[in-house]
Ligand binder design. Sequence first.
Ligand SMILES: [Zn+2]
Length: 279
Amino acid sequence: MAGLLFGTGGTPHSAKTGSTIDGILRIAELGLGGMEIEFVQGVRMGEAGARLVAETAARTGVKLSAHAPYFINLNSHEPEKIRASQERILQTARIGAICGAQSIVFHAAFYLGDPPPEVYNRVKNYLVEIVNRLKRESIRVWLRPEIMGKASQFGDIDEVINLSTELEGVAPCIDFAHWHARTGAFNSYAEFVSILLKIKERLGDKALQNMHIHFAGINYGKKGEIKHLDLKESDFQYIELLQALKNYEAEGLVICESPNLEEDALLLQATYSKLLKTG
Ligand SMILES: [Zn+2]
């Protein structure tokens, strides 16, 4: 049974140090399945370091993904910022691939007051250039635009799924907490199922077996996300989400981004295995 693997967004708090390698070792000790390397402040890892990360991940069996820097806006009105954004995604993919990461997650753009269909086309065109470049460099990773939590951010569920249908090598990063915060809804079994059915209809069964999920408790207001919370302090119906993922046989990596990281990742993993046993 492949099922879902659970892990943390970044090195767990209880790791010996904040390094990626100590993070992977701690994930393995805790009995978790994966970790997302957070290049969110910049890709500060060289090729040699990435090879050591890959060895550690292979030895411990921990699955990796990588998160690109926050300073990305494929809808910037300044051409040099577009180039820099593309370069940050490319660099995350290059180093992430050496680490053995299969998925590269990124926040694609801000609307900056532009009509969303225009922003979509711009993001798509710049993303095509990135996809082609990676192909030329023979780098095989999934590029995953993330569902974002704020109304000002490009990345609602349809935008992310549409990009995934249109571009080869692009697949969604389904951030259930962000989507809940953005809509004020999507916090029940039936609503979680509707998301999974949409993925299945638009992207096929294969997409449900190749999921990359972000998950956390979340605090939100009219404009969407305010901040992440630990699951038990939040209103998130995580058991219902896990039940939906189980019933629709979702497979892939679930990255927990609650402030307490590994505590909630372990809670999710334990809850999910209980559901698997009880049916
Ligand atoms: Zn993110």
